[in-house]
Structures are given as C-alpha cells and as structure tokens.
Design a protein around this ligand. Structure first.
Ligand SMILES: Nc1ncnc2c1ncn2[C@@H]1O[C@H](COP(=O)(O)OP(=O)(O)O)[C@@H](O)[C@H]1O
Ligand SMILES: CC(C)(COP(=O)(O)O)[C@@H](O)C(=O)NCCC(=O)O
Ligand SMILES: [K+]
Length: 265
C-alpha cells in the first residue's frame, strides 16, 4: 500500500493506493494549517493500523511543505517520501521541453495519468493556482503547453494591484450590475474563454482529441465550456502512481530509507 501526494501551490491532494485502487483523502490548503495536525488527523485516521510501503510525491511548491512532510513521514513511518521528477520520456510520452526537468512535474504526472486511461490525441487542462494546457498527439509526442493564472489567482491579483477592487468569488455570469459580480464573471470568463480558444488551437493540430480537465477549478470549466470535456479529479495522482510504480526495487529501497533516522542509530 502506498500514499500518493500532489503538492500544488495552494493545496495538498493525496490518496491511499491499495489493491482496490485509489482512495482519495481530504484535500487541504497547506498554507493555513499545522501540517502535523492535518496529517495526524487525515492520513493516520485513514490508514488505521496499516503503514505505507512508500510515499510518492509530485511537488511544485518548492521547499515550503515537502521538508515538513518528510520529517513527519520519517517520524511516523520511518520512510522518506520519494519526489518524482519530469524527464524527457516516460512510457512512450515524449516531453516537448528541451530542459525536461523545468517542466512542472504536476503537468507531467497529469499527462501520464491521462495516457494511462485514454488513447489518441489528448488535451490536458489542470486548473488550480495556475491553469496549464498541454497537448499530446496520438503517438505520445507532447507538442507543448500554455500557462495562465487560475481564476482564484486572477481575482486575488485584481485585489492586490488596484485600490478599489477586491477578491470576489461569486457566481460567474457575463454581465453584472456590481463590482463583485463583474470581477467574478470577468475572471471566470477570461479562463473559460481562454480554454475554449486553446482547445480550438489544439484541435487544429491534433484530431481526434480527448480534452480532460482536472484541478480545483475544473468543475467551473466543465460546466461552462461549450465543448465536451472529461473531468478527472485524480489525474495527477494517477500519474504519480504510474511513475512511482515504475521505480525499481533498488531505487525504492534507497529513496524511501529515512536518512535522519538511520544516522541516529
Ligand atoms: N485557501 C485557499 N488558497 C488557495 N486556493 C484555494 C483556497 N481555498 C480554496 N481554494 C481553491 O482551490 C483552487 C486550487 O486548486 P488546486 O488545483 O488544488 O491548486 P494547486 O494544485 O495549485 O494547489 C483555487 O483555484 C481556489 O479555487
Ligand atoms: C505551472 C505551475 C505553476 C502549476 O502549478 P499549480 O497551479 O498546479 O500549483 C507548475 O506546474 C510549475 O511550477 N511549472 C514549472 C514551469 C513549467 O511547467 O513550465
Ligand atoms: K495547475
């Protein structure tokens, strides 16, 4: 049994993976919490008497959360989480970046998760703190992607860079008679409109193509976009599972050893 983790710039998503598949755990906005309290409550409770063989992590939040998570895992499980990385090629998926390690590992995991489930051309949209759109042809060649602010981030940036505006998370409708509604609608449609245009551009290059949406804003995109999309909340974690599963026993043994604990002995 393994724990799979997706640390984004705002929230931490995780799941237990056992012989029955993936069991998603409670998502939390990690900047607002004491990590050990959340992990005690969420992970230990879900595990019961069980302990994971490994913890695999996709992390795009730098050093802000993972070191504390590692310390907690060493303390509770005597294992160190294994961070996965973007590489040039995995299971026939070819990274478009000349410097593959600079490609967001959550994007890489999402594409791998998509390819594990669908064949043919794929357009993968991951909308969270940032929104990313990545295009893969039927041969597994990644044709590149686009990055824009997520809806939540657009709203907060208006609050930050103007005197009179604020972050407004209301209903998305195109025309409003008040500031909050105007911000909610404008930023919502900025994202929805950008997605429709980028999916159009994608379909001019790759056809037929399945469009998959994931991330905290995926429900909004799914309900407003005027083109068929598949919504998969677990896309990144599924990719983490694929990549973690491909590590050799030796790599697993070395990487999951809890170094701090060993050095104490
Ligand atoms: N406290 C919070 N901080 C940031 N985002 C939040 C918070 N609470 C809810 N959200 C929502 O969660 C979304 C982030 O989704 P997610 O895909 O998990 O992002 P990331 O992978 O970038 O952490 C935001 O776009 C916003 O709608
Ligand atoms: C684009 C991202 C910030 C998205 O992060 P998220 O919204 O999931 O927190 C992340 O994938 C990242 O830091 N990427 C590195 C740059 C790149 O992919 O080109
Ligand atoms: K994202």
């Amino acid at each position: 049994m393994r724990i799979l983790v997706d640390i984004g710039n705002s929230r931490c998503k995780s799941a237990i993976e056992d012989e029955d598949g993936l069991h998603p755990l409670e998502t939390f906005a990690w900047k607002d919490v004491f990590l050990h309290e959340v992990l005690d409550r969420v992970w230990l409770k879900a595990l019961g008497e069980r302990r994971p063989e490994s913890v695999h992590v996709s992390n795009v939040a730098g050093e802000r959360l993972l070191p504390n998570m590692s310390a907690w895992c060493c303390d509770k499980f005597a294992i160190k989480p294994i961070a996965i990385h973007s590489v040039a090629e995995f299971n026939g998926l070819k990274n478009a970046y000349n410097e593959p390690e600079t490609f967001g590992v959550d994007r890489w995991a999402a594409m791998i998760g998509a390819r594990a489930q669908y064949s043919g051309g794929l357009c993968v949209i991951d909308s969270g703190t940032a929104t990313t759109v990545d295009l893969i042809d039927a041969d597994g060649v990644h044709l590149g992607g686009a990055i824009l602010p997520g809806i939540y981030t657009m709203r907060r940036s208006l609050g930050k860079y103007t005197s009179a505006l604020f972050a407004a998370d209301g209903d998305i409708s195109p025309f409003s008679d008040n500031t909050a509604g105007g911000i909610a609608g404008g930023t919502g449609f900025a994202s929805i409109g950008a997605m429709e245009r980028l999916v159009y551009e994608a379909s001019q290059r790759v056809s037929p193509m399945t469009t998959i949406v994931t991330g905290g804003e995926a429900k909004i995109l799914e309900s407003f976009m005027r083109i068929p999309v598949v919504h998969d909340e677990l896309l990144v974690l599924k990719g983490v599972s694929e990549m973690g599963g491909a590590l050799s026993e030796i790599e697993l043994g070395l990487a999951s050893t809890c170094c701090d604990r060993l050095s104490l002995n």
